[in-house]
Design a protein around this ligand. Structure first.
Ligand SMILES: Cc1cc2nc3c(=O)[nH]c(=O)nc-3n(C[C@H](O)[C@H](O)[C@H](O)COP(=O)(O)OP(=O)(O)OC[C@H]3O[C@@H](n4cnc5c(N)ncnc54)[C@H](O)[C@@H]3O)c2cc1C
Length: 397
């Protein structure tokens, strides 16, 4: 089966590490390459991106990622909307087919409480220009014939959302960034981020030292370690998540929206001529990303309620990656208030693919000290110093 989860190796990798840079990005996932591209496109020069393994080999290696503006928090809605605009013209802008499929997102409600939360979120989305609506169990069943409509009270449907291929997006940004002069160094691990007098002054890697006064941490699940090197607390923990892929059939399954049950987090959608299935199975935090079928028991229990046909699925393959989880399941995007020159874009808690294009723009604007398309203050890591400003996002997958 052709599943493009392979990490990306760009042609003619020159691994000569510059001795100085205007900015060093740590991490070559969707965030690192998007930020590198946006910085370079805005005219920033002497950018170095270091990636400890291969580009796109972290969480961004997922075979297919959901893209949506169907969130409950205004900040996440705006990030989703902005990214969707960029995904929609990605092929035109970068010449890379990202397999964008705008089949919509379908969030299922099975309790009055979930339905009320969806109603509130839908009103907020509509007020920000998102085309989403609450629908009846009957209409939900028409959109997705796998569903047991008897178990549903309703659903929220956002037809302009969907899914796309993360490794194609990583490739598109990486190739464009390199064309604009960014030095991209795979197999290069940031070992130490150095400070002098409260300011960033260098990054040491396995290839030597790069003098710089700006570091952008986009190290995904590994970000807390990078923060600690710089004396910055980034509350990000790695949590393993697994998905399964059913065999590719000769004919496609019925085309369904990206469907997710709010109560159990059970989800599924088409993956070419197969289905991609998953659930946010309870896990201890840690850097283990070995795939196992242990999530299936929870998946099967949820499927028996929501989509009985999908219980006990035949799987052709599976994949494990990390949610880079923060305490409130929302991103950390900002600039440290104590260590000058330390920026971060991490902790996307399961939404990092869909937020990649927008965050590339946001961090670039922050770095250049200019106004952006939205105010990102709410995503600052400083919010954890003040419990009242912690964000509350209902749609956690
Ligand atoms: C099962 C599953 C399903 C998901 N579904 C979705 C979805 O539907 N939609 C969605 O938007 N998101 C989804 N996500 C989340 C999404 O994949 C991530 O949020 C996103 O890929 C994060 O991108 P990133 O660039 O921040 O991190 P990563 O892709 O993990 O990149 C970070 C990189 O930093 C590198 N690095 C770390 N430390 C160092 C160091 N010291 N030196 C050099 N390099 C270093 C790592 O090797 C890694 O390549 C899902 C995740 C999983 C696991």
């Amino acid at each position: 089966m052709s599943v493009r989860t392979v990490p990306l190796t760009l042609p003619s990798d020159d691994l000569t590490q510059p001795r100085a840079a205007d900015v060093v990005l740590i991490g070559g996932g969707i965030m690192g390459v998007s930020i590198a591209y946006h910085l370079a496109a805005a005219g920033v020069r002497n950018i170095v991106l270091v990636e400890q393994f291969e580009l796109g080999s972290g969480s961004s290696a997922k075979p297919l990622g959901g893209v949506r503006a169907n969130f409950s928090d205004p900040g996440n809605i705006q990030l989703g909307q902005r990214s969707l605009e960029r995904f929609a013209r990605f092929t035109e802008d970068f010449g890379t087919d990202i397999e964008l499929s705008r089949v919509g997102y379908l969030f299922l409600a099975r309790t009055e409480e979930q339905l009320a939360a969806m109603e509130e979120a839908t009103a907020r989305q509509n007020s920000l220009g998102v085309n989403s609506r609450l629908i009846s169990p009957e209409e939900t069943g028409e959109l997705n014939p796998y569903l047991n409509t008897g178990a549903l009270l309703g659903a929220s449907f956002s037809p302009e959302d969907g899914h796309a291929d993360p490794s194609a997006v990583v490739e598109g940004y990486a190739v464009a960034a390199r064309r604009l002069g960014v030095t991209i160094l795979p197999r290069t691990e940031a070992l130490e981020v150095q400070r002098a007098a409260g300011e960033i002054c260098a990054v040491t890697t396995n290839r030597g030292c790069i003098t710089t006064d700006a570091v952008i941490c986009c190290a995904g699940a590994w970000s807390a370690q990078i923060g600690a090197q710089a004396g910055v607390e980034l509350p990000v923990v790695p949590v393993r998540r697994m998905i399964g892929l059913t065999p590719q059939q000769h004919a496609a399954h019925p085309a369904v929206p990206f469907t997710l049950d709010l109560g159990t987090t059970f989800y599924f959608h088409n993956y070419r001529n197969g289905l991609l299935l998953g659930i946010s199975h309870q896990q201890e935090p840690g850097l283990n990303r070995e795939y196992s079928n242990e999530w299936l028991a929870e998946f099967n229990a949820a499927a028996r309620i929501c989509a009985p046909q999908l219980a006990e699925p035949e799987l052709a393959s599976g994949w494990a990656g990390f949610y880079e989880a923060t305490p409130d399941h929302n991103a950390l995007i900002g600039q440290d208030s104590h260590v000058a020159g330390f920026f971060y874009a991490t902790g996307f808690s399961g939404h990092g693919f869909l937020q990649g294009p927008a965050v590339g723009e946001l961090i670039t604007d922050l770095y250049l000290g200019r106004e952006s398309f939205m105010d990102a203050t709410q995503f600052s890591a400083d919010r954890f110093m003040n419990a009242e400003s912690v964000l509350h996002e209902v749609n956690i997958i």
